[in-house]
Design a protein around this ligand. Structure first.
Ligand SMILES: CC(C)(COP(=O)(O)OP(=O)(O)OC[C@H]1O[C@@H](n2cnc3c(N)ncnc32)[C@H](O[C@H]2O[C@H](COP(=O)(O)OP(=O)(O)OP(=O)(O)O)[C@@H](O)[C@H]2O)[C@@H]1O)[C@@H](O)C(=O)NCCC(=O)NCCS
Ligand SMILES: Nc1ncnc2[nH]cnc12
Length: 298
C-alpha cells in the first residue's frame, strides 16, 4: 500500500474521532450525555465520555498502524476486543462500546474497499461484518438478549446491511435540512430525528422494551414535524430529556450512528453543505455529493 493511502486512512481516523466528539457536544439530546447533563446515564458524565473518546483515538491509531503493516483482519478484531476491555476497565462502564465497533469496521472497510464508489464501500462493510460475526459466534450481551426477545436487529443487522441508517437515513436528512434551513444545528437535529425513527436500538429495548422504542420513534417524528414547520425544536427536546430521565429511557445506538454520520459528513466535506477541504477519498463530481464521494479506494 502506498503512503497516500495510509494518510487517507489516518485522516478518516481523525474524522471518526471528531464525529464522536460532535455527537457528544450536540445539545440537547434526550436521555443522552450532552453539555447540559448526563441524561438517563447515572454512570456517565461529560468528563468520562471525553476520556472514552481518547481511548477511541488511541484504538483507531493502533488500527491504522495494523492496516499499514498489512496485518490481517483477525488482528484488527483483537485490537478492537482489547480496546473494549480497556474502556470497561479504565472507565468502569461501556460508554462507547458500539462506536468502538462501528468506527473500527468503517476504517478497516475503507482500507480494503476495492473502488471509489459508495456501493462497493457499503458492500465491503457488510462483507467484513459477515466475516467478523461468523468468526465470533454468539455472545450473551444486552443486544443479543434483545435480538432474541424482540427479533430486533441492533448493531448486528445494521452492519450486516452496510449501515443503512447512516447512508439512507441520517446523511440525506442532514443535507436536506441544511439546504432548506441553512443551519448545521437544525440539520443536526433533523439527522437525530431521522435516526430516532429508524435505528433498531437495543439499548432502548434493554431499558424500556418495545414501548420505549415506539416512544422514541414517535418523538423523532414530532421533532421532524417541528423542523419542517420552521419551529424551534429545542424546547421540545428539553422536555423530552426530562421525560426520558424519569422513564430511564435512552438511545445509545442512535448516539453512535449520529457520531458515525458526522464522520461521514466531515470526510465528504459536506458538513457545511459545500466542500470544506479535500476529502480523504475521491469525490467524483466535485460537488460534495456524498452518494458519490465516500469510499475507501486508494
Ligand atoms: C458487536 C459488539 C458491539 C456487541 O454487540 P451486541 O449488540 O451483541 O452487544 P451490546 O453489549 O448490546 O452492545 C452493542 C452496542 O451497540 C450500540 N447499538 C445498539 N443498537 C444499535 C443499532 N441499532 N445500531 C448501531 N449501534 C447500536 C449500543 O452502543 C451504545 O450504547 C451503549 C450503552 O449500552 P449498554 O451499556 O448496553 O447500556 P446501558 O443501558 O447503559 O447498560 P447498563 O448500564 O444498564 O448495564 C454505549 O456504549 C453506546 O456505544 C450497544 O451497547 C461487540 O461487543 C463486539 O463484538 N466487539 C468486538 C470488538 C470490536 O469492536 N472489534 C473491532 C472490529 S474491527
Ligand atoms: N452521548 C451519549 N450518551 C450516552 N451514551 C452514549 N453512547 C454514545 N454516545 C452517548
Amino acid at each position: 500500500m502506498n503512503s497516500s493511502h495510509t494518510s487517507d486512512i489516518e485522516l478518516l481516523a481523525m474524522f471518526l474521532v471528531k464525529g464522536v466528539a460532535m455527537e457528544l457536544y450536540l445539545t440537547p439530546k434526550p436521555g443522552l450525555v450532552d453539555l447540559n447533563d448526563c441524561g438517563s446515564h447515572h454512570d456517565l458524565s461529560l468528563a468520562t465520555m471525553e476520556r472514552s473518546i481518547h481511548i477511541i483515538a488511541d484504538y483507531l491509531d493502533q488500527l491504522c498502524r495494523s492496516l499499514a503493516a498489512g496485518e490481517e483482519f483477525a488482528r484488527q478484531a483483537a485490537i478492537g476486543r482489547r480496546a473494549e476491555q480497556a474502556m470497561l476497565a479504565d472507565l468502569g462502564t461501556n460508554t462507547h462500546k458500539g462506536y468502538l465497533f462501528l468506527s473500527g469496521l468503517l476504517l478497516v472497510a475503507a482500507w480494503h474497499a476495492p473502488s471509489a464508489d459508495e456501493q462497493s464501500f457499503r458492500e465491503r462493510i457488510a462483507a467484513l461484518a459477515g466475516e467478523f460475526f461468523a468468526a465470533r459466534g454468539e455472545q450473551v450481551t444486552h443486544g443479543q438478549q434483545q435480538r432474541a426477545l424482540h427479533g430486533a436487529g441492533g448493531i448486528v443487522r445494521e452492519v450486516m446491511n452496510g449501515l443503512p441508517a447512516l447512508f439512507d437515513e441520517a446523511v440525506p436528512a442532514y443535507l436536506a435540512a441544511l439546504e432548506i434551513h441553512g443551519h448545521p444545528k437544525i440539520a443536526s437535529f433533523a439527522m437525530l430525528a431521522r435516526l430516532m425513527q429508524t435505528v433498531d436500538d437495543t439499548t432502548t429495548l434493554h431499558r424500556c422494551g418495545s414501548m420505549g422504542l415506539s416512544r422514541i420513534r414517535r418523538d423523532g417524528r414530532q421533532i421532524e414535524r417541528l423542523i419542517a414547520m420552521g419551529e424551534d425544536c429545542e424546547p421540545f427536546l428539553h422536555r423530552l430529556n426530562r421525560e426520558y430521565i424519569r422513564m430511564n429511557l435512552t438511545m445509545g445506538g442512535v448516539a453512535d450512528m449520529l457520531g458515525l454520520s458526522y464522520c461521514y459528513l466531515l470526510a465528504c466535506g459536506c458538513l457545511l453543505g459545500f466542500p470544506e477541504r479535500h476529502p480523504p477519498f475521491e469525490r467524483k463530481n466535485g460537488h460534495g455529493n456524498p452518494s458519490e464521494g465516500f469510499s475507501g479506494a486508494a
